[in-house]
Design a protein around this ligand. Structure first.
Ligand code: SAM
Length: 263
């Protein structure tokens, strides 16, 4: 195990995960902390993700709890959050689909307290973690359990300024190739969309138009090989494919199409 992981697990064992400086002081590692560290180190050596063992993840300006109820927030998703914050008008209405731990929704509310943020996830476990994170952070976000736009009130049709999503975008065959640390510990339904990997993105592209304002924005995280497919699926939104810090296609961003059907 790399030294930096040992240091982080020692901080977790001592209950100081958010305070690196504890390692520099006159720390006391008593028998209890040492026993907790050995247990965490054994679990890490068996493959459990570091972030689940620490129990928290930094995401943009906030720290959220992380546990096997939801995907561990990834650094590249901070890029999605940055795109969204840049696109928000005053007193915006934001819908975060596939919210998981609530990281994107909560970071949006933190950055823009004037926004109304509503978030959905099909997993009741994920929603329960997201609600706990909201309480912990003191941020008011409406978390709803259900399929994509399904749980939203009909009154939101045509008034959403930004639809954001980091949906599952891995194909069933790609899932088998993921590191054991991901495959064995994170919820498969948070990763796998179906046989092509673009199934959930295609549904978001088809349904978002009914919810966006005429000047609304859509922003989704995508797989690095899905740029071309997303250009087609989001064609009505005049999409741009943006790259992550590693230079890989990672986000599709577009505008509400004209002539949508608002019922
Ligand atoms: C890739 S994770 C993203 C979690 C979080 N937004 C993040 O960025 O870390 C995808 C999430 O989508 C949820 N999900 C999968 N299918 C869904 C659907 N049809 N409707 C709503 N949520 C869905 C999963 O439960 C999972 O929490």
């Amino acid at each position: 195990m790399p030294d930096f992981e040992k240091r982080r697990l020692l901080l977790a064992a001592a209950g100081h995960s958010d305070d690196m400086s504890w390692l520099l002081g006159d720390r006391i590692v008593d028998d209890e902390i040492a026993a907790r560290f050995r247990l965490l180190a054994a679990r890490r050596s068996a493959g459990e993700p570091l972030q689940y063992l620490e129990g928290t993840v930094h995401f943009g300006p906030i720290v959220v709890s992380a546990d096997p109820r939801a995907l561990i927030p990834r650094p590249e998703t901070e890029g999605l959050w940055e795109l969204v914050v840049a696109a928000l008008p005053e007193a915006a209405v934001v819908v975060d689909l596939c919210t998981g731990s609530g990281n994107v929704a909560l970071a949006c509310k933190h950055a823009r307290p004037d926004a109304r943020v509503i978030a959905t996830d099909i997993s009741g476990d994920a929603i329960s973690l997201a609600v706990e994170n909201a309480v912990q952070l003191g941020l008011e976000v409406e978390f709803l359990e259900g399929d994509l736009f399904g749980p939203l009130a009909a009154s939101l049709r045509g008034v959403v300024d930004v639809v954001v999503a980091n949906p599952p975008y891995v194909s069933s065959s790609e899932f088998d190739l993921l590191p054991a640390e991901v495959r064995g510990y994170e919820p498969p339904a948070a990763l796998v969309a179906g046989s092509t990997g673009t199934e959930v993105l295609a549904r978001i592209a088809a349904e978002a138009r009914d919810w966006l304002t005429p000047s609304g924005t859509i922003a989704c995280e995508i797989g690095e090989t899905q740029g071309r497919a997303c250009r087609r699926m989001f064609a009505d939104y005049e999409p741009e494919i943006r790259r992550d810090l590693a230079g890989r296609d990672r986000y599709v961003v577009g505008r509400a199409p004209e002539g949508r059907d608002l019922d």
